[in-house]
Design a binder for this molecule. Structure first.
Ligand SMILES: Cc1ncc(C[n+]2csc(CCOP(=O)(O)OP(=O)(O)O)c2C)c(N)n1
Ligand SMILES: [Mg+2]
Length: 631
C-alpha cells in the first residue's frame, strides 16, 4: 500500500513491457526485492493485462496451487522475473540482470538490447549483508541501467528502524559511487521526476521514496502492524472509505481497469518495432538461440579424444581450465568470474577479456571478495537470459554463497559454480579452508547438480553436463594433481550416468568401492591390493549421485546389486563427511571419510593422517570383512 503510488509511476510512465509477450527479450526488468509485498506485483500484473494472475488467482492468495504464492516466484507467473523473499537477494540479482543487459548491449547494440532494471527494495533489503556486496559491485561496474526504489518507511517487523539502524544509507550508496535522489513516494509525479533524474545519471541510482507503511489504512498505517498481519475486516473497510474505493471486495471499477489495461498496451508498438529490428539484424537466430540458453556440445568429443590419447596428470581445477579453453571458444554466451581467486579457481581462460565499466563486452568478471554477491548476481544474469554465468571460489565458501545457491536451485537458474580446493587435499590452509560437510550438504539441496570429477576426462564430461542442464551445477574440483583414471575411449558421456563401473572385479566379486573425485585413484590402488589377495573388487566412480539416482532401476541394480546382499561389501571413499553415504553402502557397508575438521598439513600428510591411502583403505576393508565373517 505504501509503494502503490511509486509502482504506479513506474509501471505507467517508465517500465517497458508487453503483457502479450512477457518474455520479450528487450523488456525492462522489474524486481520486487521486498518480496513479502508480493500482492503489489500481483495486482500490477493483473491490472496491466497479463494472462495471470486472474481475479480468482488474487482471491486465492497464498493458497495451494495458486500462482499468487506468498512470495513472487518466477516459475509461477510470467512477469515475475526472479524469485524474491529472502531479503537483499532481489537487489543483488538485479545487479546481475543489469550486467547481462550491458554485456548483451555491447554484443548486439542498442537495436536489440537496450533496457533498464528497476527494483523496489525495503529497509530489510538494504540492511542485509549481501546488499553491501551488491551495491559495491554495481557502483564499481557503473551499472547506470540499475535503478533501486527504496521504500523508506522506517518500519520493519520489530517496529521502528530506530531499533536497529543508525547508518546513513544514502551516504553509504554515495560512498559506493551511486547516484542518490529522494522523492515523496506517495506522489506519483514526484516519483516519476526522480526516475527521470535517475535515468539521466550514468551511475546506478538509489531513489529514496519517503513512504508510510500500510498507507491508507487509517488506524494502522505507519506501524509495523501493517507489515504482514491481515488488517482485519473493519480496518479494510475503513481503508476503502479513506481511499475512496468501491465497497465491494475484489472489484475493480471499469474506468480504472480500462485505464490500466491501456497502460499495459503502451509497450506493444515498441515491441513491434523491436521485432522488425530483430528481423533486419542478420543475427536473429543466433540471438534467439542465446536467449534460449542453447550451448554448443560438439566440443566435447574431439576434446576428450585428445585427452585419452595423451592423458594428463593434473588437478581437476586445471582440467577445468583446460576444458574452459575449448568451451569458451565454442560457447560465446559464457561469462566467467571469481570472487578474488582467479588464479586458484583457474576460471579465466586466455582469450577472455575482463568485463569492466569501460568494456561491458568483456567476458570475465572480477567479483572481488563477494561470494554471496557473485552468486546472486549470477542468478540475475542467468535469469536475464542470453548469458551462461560461471564463477569460482573455494568449495568451503559455498557457505558464504549458500542462500544464493539455494535460489539458483529453486529458480532453475543455469549458473555453474566452479568450486575448487574441494577437500583436505588443499593442504596447508588447514581446517578453516578444508570442506568436510559441504559436498553432502550441497547434494541434499533439491535441484542442484553436484559434480565431483576424478580426472581431466570426467571434468570435461561434467562441464558438458552442467552446460546442458537447465539446473544450476556445482563442480567440486581439486587443488592437488590427480592421476588419469579414464584412459580408454568410450562412446558417449559416462558421467551422464552419475556413477559407472570404472574397473570390474578380476576375481569373484566380494567388494564394490564407490569413490568420487580425488579418491577414485585411491580406490583403484586399494582395489589392486585386494585383488592381489584374491578379493574381487569393483571400483565405481560416482561423479554425481543425483544423476545416478535418476537412472533406471536395472542400471542402478547392475552397479550396486541389492543393498541387502551381504555377500558383497560396499565401501564408500570420499574425503569429507561419511554422513549420508549409508544410502549407497547400506548400514553393513563401510564408509571411509572424515567426520571431524581437517588439519593444516601438506596434502599427502593430511591424507595419510586420515587413513585415505590405498594401504589404509585395503586394511580397513580386510578388517571389516573379517569382522563380518565375509570370506
Ligand atoms: C533474509 C530474510 N530474513 C528475514 C526475513 C523475514 N522478513 C520478512 S519482511 C521482514 C522485514 C522487512 O522490513 P522492510 O524491508 O522494511 O519491509 P516493510 O516492513 O517496510 O514492508 C523480515 C525480517 C526474510 N524474508 N528474509
Ligand atoms: Mg520498511
Amino acid at each position: 500500500m505504501g509503494m502503490a503510488d511509486a509502482a504506479t509511476a513506474l509501471f505507467t510512465r517508465h517500465l517497458k513491457f508487453d503483457p502479450a509477450d512477457p518474455y520479450w527479450p528487450d523488456r525492462d526488468r522489474f524486481i520486487l526485492s521486498a518480496g513479502h509485498g508480493s500482492m503489489l506485483i500481483y495486482a500490477l500484473l493483473h491490472l496491466t493485462g497479463y494472462e495471470r494472475p486472474t481475479l480468482d488467482d488474487l482471491r486465492n492468495f497464498r493458497q495451494l496451487h495458486s500462482p499468487t504464492a506468498g512470495h513472487p516466484e518466477n516459475f509461477e507467473l510470467a512477469g515475475v522475473e526472479v524469485t524474491t523473499g529472502p531479503l537483499g537477494q532481489g537487489v543483488a540479482m538485479a545487479v546481475g540482470t543489469a550486467i547481462a543487459e550491458r554485456h548483451l548491449n555491447a554484443v548486439y547494440s542498442d537495436d536489440l538490447v537496450d533496457h533498464w532494471t528497476y527494483v523496489i527494495a525495503g529497509d530489510g533489503c538494504l540492511m542485509e549483508g549481501v546488499n553491501h556486496e551488491a551495491v559495491g559491485l554495481a557502483g564499481h561496474l557503473k551499472l547506470g541501467r540499475l535503478i533501486v526504489l527504496w521504500d523508506d518507511n522506517e518500519i520493519t517487523i520489530d517496529g521502528s528502524t530506530d531499533l536497529s539502524r543508525n547508518e546513513d544509507v544514502v551516504a553509504r550508496h554515495v560512498a559506493a559511487q551511486w547516484h542518490v535522489t529522494e522523492c515523496d513516494g506517495l506522489d506519483a509525479d514526484d516519483v516519476s521526476r526522480a526516475i527521470e533524474e535517475a535515468k539521466a545519471d550514468s551511475r546506478p541510482s538509489l531513489i529514496r521514496c519517503k513512504t508510510i507503511i500500510g498507507f491508507g489504512a487509517p488506524n494502522k498505517q505507519g506501524t509495523a502492524a501493517t507489515h504482514g498481519a491481515a488488517l482485519g475486516k473493519d480496518e479494510v473497510e475503513a481503508a476503502r472509505a479513506e481511499l475512496g474505493l468501491e465497497p465491494k471486495e475484489f472489484t475493480v471499477p471499469n474506468d480504472i481497469l480500462s485505464a490500466w489495461r491501456a497502460f499495459g498496451q503502451q509497450g506493444a508498438a515498441e515491441r513491434a518495432s523491436w521485432l522488425e529490428r530483430l528481423e533486419a539484424s542478420g543475427t536473429k537466430q543466433e540471438f534467439l538461440d542465446r536467449i534460449s540458453g542453447k550451448a554448443d556440445e560438439s566440443w566435447l568429443k574431439p576434446y576428450v579424444d585428445g585427452l585419452i590419447g595423451n592423458p594428463p596428470t593434473v588437478a581437476t581445477r586445471k582440467a577445468s581450465e583446460m576444458a574452459l579453453e575449448v568451451i569458451n571458444a565454442a560457447v560465446p554466451s559464457t561469462i566467467g568470474g571469481s570472487a578474488d581467486l582467479t588464479g586458484s579457481n583457474n576460471t579465466k581462460t586466455k582469450a577472455l577479456q575482463p568485463l569492466t565499466a569501460d568494456n561491458y563486452g568483456g567476458r570475465y568478471i572480477y567479483y572481488g571478495i563477494r561470494e554471496f554477491g557473485m552468486a546472486a548476481a549470477m542468478n540475475g544474469m542467468a535469469l536475464h537470459g542470453g548469458v551462461i554465468p560461471y564463477g569460482g571460489t573455494f568449495l568451503v565458501f559455498t557457505d558464504y554463497a549458500r542462500p544464493a545457491i539455494r535460489l539458483s536451485a529453486l529458480q532453475k537458474a543455469k549458473v555453474i559454480y566452479v568450486m575448487t580446493h574441494d577437500s583436505i587435499g588443499l593442504g596447508e590452509d588447514g581446517p578453516t579452508h578444508q570442506p568436510i560437510e559441504h559436498l553432502q550438504s550441497l547434494r541434499a539441496m533439491p535441484g542442484l547438480n553436484v559434480f565431483r570429477p576424478a580426472d581431466a576426462v570426467e571434468t570435461a564430461e561434467c562441464w558438458a553436463l552442467a552446460l546442458a542442464s537447465q539446473e544450476p551445477s556445482v563442480l567440486a574440483l581439486t587443488r592437488q594433481n590427480l592421476k588419469p583414471v579414464r584412459t580408454e575411449a568410450v562412446d558417449g558421456n559416462l558421467c551422464a550416468r552419475g556413477a559407472y563401473r570404472l574397473k570390474a572385479a578380476g576375481n569373484a566379486r566380494k567388494v564394490i568401492i564407490l569413490a568420487t573425485g580425488s579418491e577414485v585413484e585411491i580406490a583403484l590402488a586399494a582395489a589392486e591390493r585386494l585383488e592381489g589377495q584374491g578379493i574381487g573388487t569393483d571400483v565405481v566412480s560416482m561423479p554425481s549421485s543425483e544423476l545416478f539416482d535418476a537412472q533406471p532401476a536395472a542400471y542402478r541394480e547392475d552397479i550396486l546389486p541389492d543393498v541387502s546382499n551381504r555377500e558383497i561389501l560396499r565401501i564408500s571413499i570420499e574425503a569429507g563427511t561419511t554422513f549420508g553415504w549409508e544410502r549407497y553402502t547400506g548400514l553393513h557397508g563401510l564408509r571411509i571419510g572424515i567426520d571431524r575438521f581437517g588439519v593444516s598439513a601438506p596434502a599427502k600428510d593430511a591424507y595419510e593422517f586420515f587413513g585415505l591411502t590405498p594401504e589404509a583403505v585395503a586394511m580397513r576393508v580386510l578388517d571389516h570383512m573379517k569382522a563380518r565373517g565375509i570370506q
